[in-house]
Design a protein around this ligand. Sequence first.
Ligand code: RIB
Ligand code: CA
Length: 310
Amino acid sequence: MTARPLIIDCDPGVDDAIALFLAFASPDALDVRAITTVAGNVGGALTARNARLIRELAGRADVPVYAGCERPMVRAPVDAGDFHGESGLGNLPVFEPSAPQEQMHAVMFLIEALMAAPTKSVTLAITGPMTNVAMAFVLAPQLAGRVAEIVVMGGARAEGGNITSSAEYNIYADPHAAHVVFSSGAPIVAFGLDVTHQVRSTPARIDAIRAIGTPASRASADLLEFSAGVERNIPGVSGAPLHDPCTIAYLLSPNLFRLAPCAIVVETGEGVALGHTSVELRDMEFSSMRWATHADDEGVFALLLERLRA
Ligand code: RIB
Ligand code: CA
């Protein structure tokens, strides 16, 4: 099997970091061409630094990092520091990574990379606000027809919201960008809270990850422990949801998830519903978009353990 060319656009971010570790640990299946970063969980300078830090811990300084948009397309910036800590990486000891980021802006890189690659050869994984990809699609609309697939963590249907009662953070942080991407016609698989809330850490799962004993697995266990601590403050919730890693787990093992054809409309108007995703599953058999409805959470954690051990 040849490795799938992949660009990961992210806002690390505790769960973004675990998604990166999972992708970096899978070179046989995923040819990570680049990481592009965007302001989201924390500011743009920190998400770029964090992507460089995670790639260093993973021993993958061969993968270039491009910093992208520092603010959403229209609305005012909103971070998720409460969930990710001031550094964006929980209480992980942070340091200045040795390998620098690239000079080119992430949006320009996305355009150049997708125009230069054979059409429908490169997959995009988006695990933060979709600002970079939306800006690339506005500048070069033909990109929507050139991507192999877009897997995105974002939105909610049955689960309600996590940043407001009606919106999931990645969409809420840049609803206009989400509208541009979801209405582009590109082939998209969306992993919303409905499915990511089915995949949660437990103390036993965290212990098993830590026992692997590598820098990436120790860091992953620390990150999951931090998130579990944050989630404990939420009534009726236990364990940290593995939001962003679900996108990478799907690329590695699609049979771990059940998908349904869908249409997704984003509320971009000011007010209580800003960032809400209306996910339609009825009569959608001809849609180019899929909504993940179910996850095999045991299988996702087994995959994470297997890959981090490799
Ligand atoms: O709602 C979860 C999403 O918001 C994840 O991507 C997490 O990293 C935060 O960005
Ligand atoms: Ca994220």
